[in-house]
Design a protein around this ligand. Structure first.
Ligand SMILES: Nc1nc2c(ncn2[C@@H]2O[C@H](COP(=O)(O)OP(=O)(O)OP(=O)(O)O)[C@@H](O)[C@H]2O)c(=O)[nH]1
Ligand SMILES: C[S@@+](CC[C@H](N)C(=O)[O-])C[C@H]1O[C@@H](n2cnc3c(N)ncnc32)[C@H](O)[C@@H]1O
Ligand code: SF4
Ligand code: SF4
Length: 713
């Protein structure tokens, strides 16, 4: 007894819960044979990652449901139920794997992932709070999700990542089996033990090189040693039986790190880890070219030359990677072939972005805001710990009313509505994503804002399925089609029909300038205007000439937003330009060029200001529609001879309305930032000639400044 107690007290902190039984790792093979690693096994000998019947290729550490305080009868009954229809798509794919992006931030700047200057971040109130992530996780687990992966950005930079994992880890008593992390490993070693205690079962760690200098080139930051420390710590904990499944993700770029393929393969000789080589994927700003991509076939050939005995291993049905093994080696090799072979047929993934949008496909462009639905119960405000406590009370109070929903799990009073929206989105999921031919010509935004990468052109949600929130919502389902009202065309009148669900009327804050008439179900603005009763003509006067049609003024004369509901989304681009002109003899242009301005890097800050301003355009220009911008670039050229900085901003979107206002706002804000940062050295600056110089897409097609006949442009 005394010895047993000592073993608990003297064991490393991460292992204590293993011993005490608070968390008991289990392993299961692909056939579902599960065995628990006992405390004595943990202490006496390394855990053997083998299947009880010898099938050891796909051992998967899983959370131990028995370690949770109780598994209620309700949970057991739920497990016996058929898989949730809400999470089953029209191709009968059952989505039991949820990826959640918990932050947009990152402490590295990998060349293939992020622009050097980083990405503009969303305002904090738009991001999911910890209680909101837990609520959404619980809704998904209640429907049969058994695996949750936290990703980002870099998930470990989220300040409350450990408490968040603890709360998600608690869902194991409701059926969650795996809680995983995709991380760059930079600060993982500091949090690893508490994460294991929280229930971490798997780590996918990104490492593209084994050379510290090359690491600095590829990530634009230092940190190689810290990553090595994290890997060593995982292996150490695993030797003690923690059972963390470790995979190393390595994006292979020709001419950059392809010479390291074989050293990575060598790592699997002694270590029980899986090295996964990922085909390099394109998105705007990462300078992708087909030539830089090292394909699956090429990698295999290269490895086979050195290791001819390389053999294929049976993959788990939902794996993204194709697994191989060199006989005699402890680890395995995987290949993620998003560019050359899709693996969509067995897809079981859904993802939630850090701002709370559900994406049913990594490459799909439709998103639906779950955050807005969730926040309705808190008057549109983010749900914090205090609000969560109230929700818990509510959930208990209405326990009886929700016979078909697991009350302890789904604390959100509007779980049913959430499920309806999730179900409709899942049913819209396509069979597969585009092939390489399409991917390489598509535009993209930096993928750090979603989760992992999204190839060029796949990103910008051409339709944001944001059905609810402040503006109210209508979901109309007919037996053959499901449509969700996009956020830009809120319908305020409940639609009719047997399968209609509509949100309770909400104060129409965002669109409060719209007249009641303009807000009716009819989405076509032209029809709407023709149906309005014109004011009677004044008596005894000649008929007045028809007033010019003011598209932004309603029948009652008040300013309103033009409806673009009936327009089809198309790809649109606009470029705006302007000049910051300095006084004659001003030292500013030379200082800017030499990056010697005391306030800092003028061009870098102005570029970011322009990008952020483009995203904020509808907040600044009252009648401007919010558009789903897919790309913003801001270029600033210092022309010392002309004592000027020339600014050009290009904005792209796939949408129903043009982006010239966004381009003008971006150019204007970049110019004003130059002004602001230089006003100490030149008080006579002027911002000149703000204008659109190029526009493409939509009904009017291409337009170029200064060209008389636009037909040939
Ligand atoms: N096509 C596609 N590729 C994905 C998806 N999720 C991840 N990937 C690819 O997998 C790479 C590694 O991502 P990870 O975060 O490690 O996720 P994973 O490989 O799906 O993780 P597990 O299968 O759970 O181990 C990404 O960079 C993508 O290339 C997905 O849903 N679809
Ligand atoms: C976006 S990161 C987020 C999680 C974490 N920061 C990390 O690096 O693991 C997720 C994965 O996407 C991969 N990735 C990012 N950009 C990529 C690209 N252009 N091509 C292929 N994979 C990419 C990364 O290597 C990483 O494994
Ligand atoms: S791959 Fe991960 S670590 Fe690298 S920049 Fe992207 S999010 Fe950060
Ligand atoms: S591309 Fe979409 S459908 Fe294909 S595997 Fe990824 S998420 Fe699933």
């Amino acid at each position: 007894m005394r010895a047993a107690l000592d073993s608990v007290l003297l064991a490393p902190r991460a292992v204590q819960p293993l011993i005490s039984g608070a968390f008991r790792p289990r392993r299961s093979c692909k056939f579902g044979h599960v065995r628990t690693i006992s405390a004595s096994t943990v202490l006496r000998k390394p855990a053997v990652a083998s299947c009880p019947i010898g099938e050891n290729e796909t051992d998967r550490p899983v959370l131990d449901p028995d370690s949770a305080p109780t598994v209620s009868r309700r949970e057991k009954l739920r497990d016996a139920r058929p898989f949730s229809d809400f999470l089953t798509d029209t191709f009968n794919r059952q989505h039991d794997y949820l990826r959640i992006s918990v932050t947009e931030r990152c402490n590295l700047r990998c060349v293939y992932c992020m622009p050097e200057e980083g990405v503009p971040l969303s305002p904090p109130r738009e991001l999911l709070t910890t209680p909101e992530i837990v609520l959404l996780s619980s809704v998904f687990v209640s429907q049969g999700v058994t695996k949750i992966r936290l990703t980002g950005g870099e998930p470990t930079v989220r300040r409350d990542i450990v408490p968040l994992m603890q709360q998600i880890g608690d869902l194991r008593r409701h059926g969650l089996r795996e809680l995983c992390l995709t991380t760059n490993g930079l600060s993982l070693h500091r949090k690893l033990e508490s994460m294991v205690e929280a229930g971490l079962t798997g780590v996918n760690l990104s490492l593209d090189t084994l050379d510290p200098w090359q690491f600095q080139i590829m990530t634009r930051r230092k940190g190689f040693d810290a990553v090595q420390r994290s890997i060593a710590r995982i292996l150490e904990l695993n030797r003690a039986g923690a059972g963390i499944r470790l995979k190393i993700n390595c994006v292979v770029m020709r001419g950059v790190n392809d010479r390291e393929i074989l050293p990575f393969v060598e790592m699997t000789r002694e270590k029980d880890i899986e090295i996964r080589f990922i085909e390099y994927m394109p998105f705007d700003g990462n300078k992708w070219s087909k030539g830089k991509m090292f394909s699956y076939e090429e990698m295999l050939e290269h490895i086979r030359e050195r290791y001819p005995t390389l053999e294929k291993v049976r993959d788990h049905k939902n794996d993204t990677s194709k697994t191989w093994h060199i006989p005699g080696f402890a680890g395995r090799l995987g290949f993620i072939t998003s560019m050359t072979h899709n693996f969509c047929g067995t897809c079981n993934r859904l993802r939630i972005t850090s701002d709370g949008n559900l994406k049913v496909c990594l490459f799909g462009n439709a998103e639906v805001s779950l955050r807005d639905i969730l926040r309705k119960v808190n008057n549109g405000e983010p749900i914090d710990e205090e609000a969560l406590a109230t929700l818990k009370q509510l959930a208990l109070a209405r326990r009886q009313d929700l016979s078909n929903i697991d009350v302890p799990l789904t604390l959100a009073p509007n779980s049913k509505e959430l499920l309806e929206v999730i179900g409709a989105a899942v049913k819209r999921k396509k069979a597969k994503h585009a092939g390489i031919g399409e991917l390489e010509h598509m535009k993209n935004r930096p993928m750090i804002l979603i989760d992992s990468i999204r190839p060029r052109g796949m990103t910008p949600p051409s339709v944001i399925w944001r059905p609810v929130g402040q503006a109210g919502a209508t979901f109309t389902r007919t037996p053959t089609t499901i449509t969700t009202t996009p956020w830009r065309q809120p319908a305020f009148t409940p639609a009719s029909g047997p399968f209609t669900h509509h949100a309770p009327p909400q104060p129409a804050r965002l669109f409060s300038s719209m007249s009641g008439r303009a807000l009716r179900k009819d989405n076509d603005s032209k029809t709407k205007e023709s149906q309005m009763t014109p004011p009677p003509p004044p008596p005894h006067t000649a008929p007045a000439p028809a007033p010019p049609k003011l598209t932004h003024v309603s029948a009652s004369g008040s300013a309103h937003m033009v409806s673009i509901s009936s327009k089809a989304p198309t790809s649109r681009t606009a470029t705006a330009a302007c000049t910051v002109r300095f006084s004659a003899g001003s030292p500013a242009p030379a200082l800017i060029r030499a990056n010697q301005v005391r306030k800092g890097d003028v061009l870098g800050v102005a570029r970011v200001a322009g990008i952020m301003a483009a995203k904020r355009t509808p907040d600044l220009i009252p009648l401007c529609h919010p558009v789903a911008i897919s790309h913003v670039s801001v270029e600033l050229d210092v022309v010392v001879a002309a004592a000027a900085v020339e600014v050009r901003a290009t904005v792209e979107c796939d949408g129903k309305t043009g982006v010239e206002m966004e381009a003008l706002t971006a150019a204007g804000a970049a110019a004003l930032t130059v002004y602001d940062m230089c006003k100490a050295v030149d008080k006579g600056m002027r911002v000149e000639g703000l204008r659109v110089v190029f526009k493409d897409g939509g009904k009017s097609g291409r337009w170029v400044e200064g060209v008389q006949d636009q037909s040939g442009v």
